[in-house]
Design a binder for this molecule. Structure first.
Ligand code: SF4
Length: 425
């Protein structure tokens, strides 16, 4: 078994022992509940058959566990609400791409960031998707930190937590609007490290991870460790990205403090802070009104309502003009999904282009060889392409009857989408 697989196996063992630990904790909770006997009324109709004492005991234990779970859930909700409230008072590392209007996964706008910081209720509250991705990141973070330690030989530690067990942000000594919850601190004296550094952690599904491997980290991910360095004053950092698929591959990129970026952070962050927290204003949108981000933005009615209204009038005109009857659907999730399809298609085109370029480069590097054993990779063969097809044009021209006899045109029962994203005039 390779070293990587061994590590994953160790991790799985670790997970199994964690599950066992969790089960033991639940049993302890139930036992504590039985001891404390929290009286919770249980409807008579819900009581199972069996001896009265036995049923009473089972119901009491169930009610105690449910009560304990509800208390834990409420506490977690309260902690999260408090954290969100505090987070409104500063710009965090994961928001820098928004501050700089850089697009990442269909979002990335300074005006949107201002709406969020001012606590404005969105027109289209987001689904649970972001929360689920955040939860995935939180669950996998310790694993990524552990793999990073194993792969680099460096030691890391978790930064300070507050009394509620939530990460305690660190603030820039001169710019209180700049805060950061650095994922881990990289310690000196291990893995050849002579200077403390900041580690930021990301998890990505297969497509985005392969894109990171191919073209480097996403713009927002590059900015995140730089923002951390801006706030903590450390001179170097690292970005670790875990692929959430297959054998859980990990890549990391070391970065040094970039003075030019730090100046941009100071300037843009300072301006944003003056307008948003200083005056309580939302900055004027600077994105083009047809920008993909505006189509799925949670604040699009408040921000671009007037233009969107005009677009809706145009859409109604389309409905009356269209040969097919159009049904108007007002569903934010559907609009987001359709916009995501356009975005993925764009990435697919880019990916195909990169594949073509890489194949051409490899072809040149192979040179005249038709078969080779490449050290560090394996075997590669250069084969002549061959086309196999039926010449339908000729068949039709020379034997039209036969062509018509075998030509098939029928409905398959499957459907596909043809999309026309609206343009704001
Ligand atoms: S509608 Fe467009 S410009 Fe306005 S906040 Fe949203 S993304 Fe930004």
């Amino acid at each position: 078994m390779s070293a990587v697989l061994e590590r994953r196996a160790l991790h799985l063992q670790d997970n199994r022992s964690r599950e066992a630990h969790l089960e033991a904790n639940l049993e302890l909770l139930a036992a504590a509940g039985r001891r404390n006997r929290v009286p919770v009324p249980v409807p008579r109709t819900a009581r199972p058959a069996g001896s009265a004492a036995e049923s009473e005991g089972i119901l009491m234990a169930t009610a105690v566990i449910e009560t304990t779970e509800a208390i834990v859930e409420n506490r977690a909700e309260r902690r999260r609400a408090k954290w969100i409230e505090e987070h409104r008072r500063y710009i965090g590392g994961s928001e820098i791409y928004k501050l700089l209007n850089l697009a990442q996964y269909g979002t990335g706008c300074r005006t949107e960031l201002a709406f969020q910081k001012l606590g404005v209720e969105p027109d289209f509250p987001d689904t649970d998707r972001d929360d689920l991705l955040l939860a995935r990141g939180n669950i996998l973070e310790p694993l990524v930190a552990m793999l990073y330690e194993q792969e680099t030989g460096r030691k890391v530690r978790r930064p300070a937590m507050d009394a509620d067990g939530m990460p305690k942000p660190k603030f820039h000594p001169e710019h209180p609007w700049a805060g950061v919850n650095t994922d881990r601190i990289i310690l000196t004296g291990s893995g050849g490290i002579e200077e403390t550094g900041d580690l930021e952690i990301k998890t990505r599904s297969e497509g985005p991870f392969l894109r990171v491997k191919r073209s480097g980290p996403f713009p927002g991910d590059i900015l995140q460790p730089q923002w951390s360095l801006f706030v903590t004053g450390h001179k170097w950092g690292s970005l670790a990205t875990l692929g959430v698929f297959g054998h859980l591959p990990l890549v990391h990129f070391d970065v040094r403090y970039d003075t030019e970026l730090q100046e941009i952070f100071k300037r843009e962050g300072g301006e944003f802070a003056n307008v948003v927290w200083g005056k309580g204003h939302v900055p004027e949108p600077t994105l083009d009104k047809n920008d993909q981000r505006c189509k799925v933005c949670q604040f699009r009615m408040q921000c671009r309502g007037e233009q969107i209204d005009k677009a809706e009038v145009a859409m109604l005109r389309e409905i009356t003009k269209s040969k097919k009857e159009l049904v108007q659907i007002d569903n934010h999730d559907l609009a987001s999904t359709l916009a995501a399809i356009d975005m993925i298609k764009g990435e697919q085109k880019e990916l195909e282009e990169s594949l073509k370029n890489a194949q051409e480069t490899a072809m040149q590097l192979i040179g005249d060889a038709n078969a080779a054993l490449v050290r560090g990779y394996g075997k590669v063969y250069k084969l002549e392409s061959q086309a196999h097809y039926l010449d339908a044009t000729r068949l039709k021209a020379e034997h039209e009857e036969l062509y018509n006899e075998y030509y098939v045109s029928k409905k398959t029962g499957n459907h596909y989408l043809r999309q026309y994203p609206e343009k704001i005039a």
